[in-house]
Design a protein around this ligand. Sequence first.
Ligand code: FAD
Length: 475
Amino acid sequence: MRTETCDVLIVGGGPVGVTLANLLARDGVSVIVVERDIEVYPLPRAAHFDHEIMRLWQELGLADAAQKAARPAGAYEFRNAAGQVLLRYDMPANAPGGWAASWMFNQPDLERALRERLAREPTARLLIGTSFEGFESETVALYCQADEPFRVEARCIVGCDGASSPVRKALGIELEDFGFDEPWLVIDAIERDASGLPDINLQICDPARPTTCVLMGPGRRRWEFMIRPGEDPADFLTDSRIAELLKPWVPEGAVEIDRRAVYRFHGLLAYQWRKGRVLLAGDSAHQMPPFLGQGMCSGLHDAANLAWKLKLVLDGQASEALLDTYQTEREPHVRAMIQTAIAMGQVVCATDPVMVAARDAGMLAQRAAGKNPVPQPTPAQGPGLFRPDDAMARRMFPQFGRFDDTAGPGPWLIRRGDHPNLDALLCGHEAVLVRPDRYVFGAGEAAGLTAAYEAALTSTPFACSLAFSSRTGGA
Ligand SMILES: Cc1cc2nc3c(=O)[nH]c(=O)nc-3n(C[C@H](O)[C@H](O)[C@H](O)COP(=O)(O)OP(=O)(O)OC[C@H]3O[C@@H](n4cnc5c(N)ncnc54)[C@H](O)[C@@H]3O)c2cc1C
């Protein structure tokens, strides 16, 4: 049987796997991505990414491609059955990542741009039509391409193989279930005449049929309809049923249906994200309902967190213990996202008339009192390779203008006076040390920061005392 070799083997060529491969290959790591399918996933999935993810596309030189595939989102409203506004988020045109807060896009367009970029990397190979069959050992995986088996020997393997993750299953890793499970019909359409269609993103919290209507990339629209208990999901995929559901929304001939699918929206989190030299990232490690538009975004944060750590460990510049900080940092962030997405889903999906009346009364009273929530900063990462007890650590460092392009790949030691917008942020500190994934390691005296960062890379002392709190299911 033939054997292929590489530093990092990535199982799954979805957005998370191919982003991770791009980041590693840009830094000279040899990568093989194996992908079961030939084409990018054809059914409707992500429609939204945020400013932090646009910053990641910028880092990969894909900001132009992303802007072509996306449009900034203006507002997100929750309305009740009577059309009253229960909640409204106005999305800032300038968010801390240096881009508009919120972008609506078409996932396959971005996945193609990621694959095209990867094809230009001399140290990366994407093997399509290739199925992961199992592990021979911790660092050898077995594959099949066009019925011909072969082996891949790698120093590290990352399972980015999606919700049903054969890698996660082969490792025997279980999922924590957050107890949310709702079937929805998802329809993607191409606009023929957008003049009569909503120009903001909407959640219609109508107990008779909870509905989502959002923009996507240029010229595209998404509708989602909750399937109520007792209804047959298969009935919802027919042309006639879809036409009936869209009738109140769409003037005759205004859109053409492109894709349709029924999904179960749920919240799941792997108890363990690393077993030795095998790691999980993206949907293989966590899934959430789409009400926050953060499922793929969370997986892309995994890729950004993992890429520089793998590079340092493979180069012998950091101890293997650095890889333990991957879960301690990422899991609390993802857990918070899952919980928020489920809380939003519970608002949208409520069908009990008493609960719905109480929800509407409560939310309308909040709005009348001027207590409309503003979009919150994304949660901090959990403890790991960060200075402990440091108020600036564990959050993403903001981008002023296109600072990242000037500064290049991190880490960065940025001193007071280096940038006019920085001094107020530093709260009296001399400097801030920013990791390669743009998260702040800590702020303080410059020499002390550098020494602490270098010591942490080789011993990861801050990570040692941290157990994976949820590995056994506890919070
Ligand atoms: C309706 C809906 C709406 C969503 N909206 C949003 C949103 O607005 N914003 C957002 O951020 N996220 C959203 N998401 C979530 C987002 O689509 C996923 O989180 C994202 O696609 C996961 O990416 P991934 O790379 O981890 O996995 P996937 O995209 O699932 O990729 C996994 C890949 O692994 C491959 N694979 C599987 N098994 C094997 C094998 N044995 N061998 C080789 N390859 C294999 C698969 O073919 C696949 O290509 C939404 C999801 C849905 C369903």
